[in-house]
Design a protein around this ligand. Structure first.
Ligand SMILES: CC(C)(COP(=O)(O)OP(=O)(O)OC[C@H]1O[C@@H](n2cnc3c(N)ncnc32)[C@H](O)[C@@H]1OP(=O)(O)O)[C@@H](O)C(=O)NCCC(=O)NCCS
Length: 168
């Protein structure tokens, strides 16, 4: 699916006071794929065909946010899709291990929700492993709540929760 120019209006600064180097949010670029694939392998334990990322970006470029370090190297990303009318789904969301708990995930989710609202979406959904307490706590802070139990949803047989938040 698509080519990808930067879509963020400008640098978006972390809401947390930070000693870590500044992080910038921008749109996905094809050259990001190796970095994103590495984050996905480590954080989500998945390996996808590299063409998947460009393909999904072509469908909704603004839904694919990349957080990059001062060298423009991706350190986290949020890939959202729009499969249901006026609804977004967070398909993948991860921050590179050494950059967690520094506000990068918050930057990504904040900007994603702003874009969803600007697009007139009514709801955002996602799936998460029932054992992923860190992510569930993170989502709960954004008022996502569990709407369904997805039995054996993951390839290793683990159950998932579908979570959702209504956008006002
Ligand atoms: C879930 C995930 C994306 C969050 O990314 P992150 O960059 O660590 O997120 P943040 O740093 O913005 O927030 C994490 C926590 O640190 C806190 N925090 C962030 N920066 C902080 C700072 N400077 N000082 C103190 N606390 C801070 C946040 O308040 C937040 O707390 P909470 O989760 O209890 O609400 C990350 O943990 C991850 O990649 N996990 C592995 C992949 C995964 O599980 N993805 C979701 C699959 S559904």
């Amino acid at each position: 699916m698509r080519c990808i120019a930067d879509t963020a209006p400008g640098p978006i600064v972390s809401p947390f006071p930070s000693n870590p180097p500044p992080v910038t949010l921008r749109g996905f670029r094809p050259s990001d794929v190796p970095f994103i694939a590495s984050i996905v392998a480590d954080a989500l334990h998945e390996r996808y065909d590299p063409s998947l990322y460009a393909s999904l970006s072509a469908e909704w470029g603004d839904g694919f946010l990349v957080a990059s370090d001062p060298h423009d190297v991706p350190i986290g990303f949020l890939l959202g899709v729009n499969q249901v009318e006026r609804e977004a789904r967070v398909l993948m969301f991860a921050v590179e291990r050494t950059h967690r708990t520094q506000g990068v995930g918050t930057m990504l989710m904040n900007e994603f929700l702003v874009r969803c609202k600007a697009r007139g979406f009514r709801r955002v959904t996602l799936e998460v492993r029932v054992s992923n307490a860190t992510a569930i706590r993170f989502y709960t802070r954004y008022q996502y709540s569990v709407v369904d139990l997805l039995r054996s949803y993951y390839s290793d047989g683990e159950n998932g929760y579908q979570m959702a938040v209504d956008l006002n």
